[in-house]
Design a protein around this ligand. Structure first.
Ligand code: AMP
Length: 180
């Protein structure tokens, strides 16, 4: 009897992303990554794929609150790098730099600790999803204010039809999965 050869395959982590229609408001198709991170093999596969986009000249990972922390922390730990957190207002305890950015309705604000990074650092920004690019562009601005360089912005999912890359024109953008 001949043994069936074992086929090594990359886990199909994309199928673990759940589409939730009309969340958080009508007309939005929310890309829910909770089933993906709840599955050990799928989570590990996506973190491995993210890691494959990060060069040895990168000093730190910048995670954007809050789903960027999930992927950013796993990635930083895997690569032996530090994680810098970019947070919603009032969460960081020490002195911060802040930037305000436009939402569809109103304005939001992100903050970073002033001593988190400085000139000479080279970072990769990580978030779960690129939509209009406003959140990532605000994060780019915060990092530039501190004098650090941005190697790339890295996303698990990119909603290509929203042209978020336009808001990140002078930054290298990489996304693992594109939604047209
Ligand atoms: P934006 O600033 O428009 O690029 O929005 C990106 C941020 O909003 C990311 O932190 C995402 O987690 C979140 N986001 C925007 N649209 C969606 C969506 N359709 N599904 C899941 N998250 C989204």
């Amino acid at each position: 009897m001949t043994a069936t050869p074992t086929k090594l395959t990359t886990p199909d982590w994309q199928s673990f992303i759940r589409d939730v229609p009309d969340f958080p408001k009508p007309g939005i198709m929310f890309k829910d990554i909770t089933p993906l991170v709840a599955d050990g093999k799928a989570f590990s596969a996506v973190v491995d794929e993210l890691a494959s986009h990060i060069g040895s000249d990168v000093d730190a990972i910048v995670g954007i609150e809050s789903r960027g922390f999930i992927f950013g922390a796993a990635l930083a730990q895997k690569l032996g790098l530090g994680l810098i957190t970019v947070r919603k207002p009032g969460k960081l305890p020490a002195a911060v730099h802040a930037v305000e950015y436009e939402l569809e309705y109103g304005v939001d604000r992100l903050e970073i600790h002033r001593d988190a990074l400085s000139k000479g650092h080279n970072v990769v920004i990580v978030d779960d999803l690129l939509a209009t690019g406003g959140t990532a562009a605000a994060t780019v601005e915060l990092i530039k204010t501190l004098g650090a360089d941005i190697d790339a912005c890295l996303f698990v999912i990119e909603l290509s039809f929203l042209n978020g890359k336009q808001a990140l024109a002078d930054v290298n953008v990489r996304s693992l999965m594109h939604v047209d």
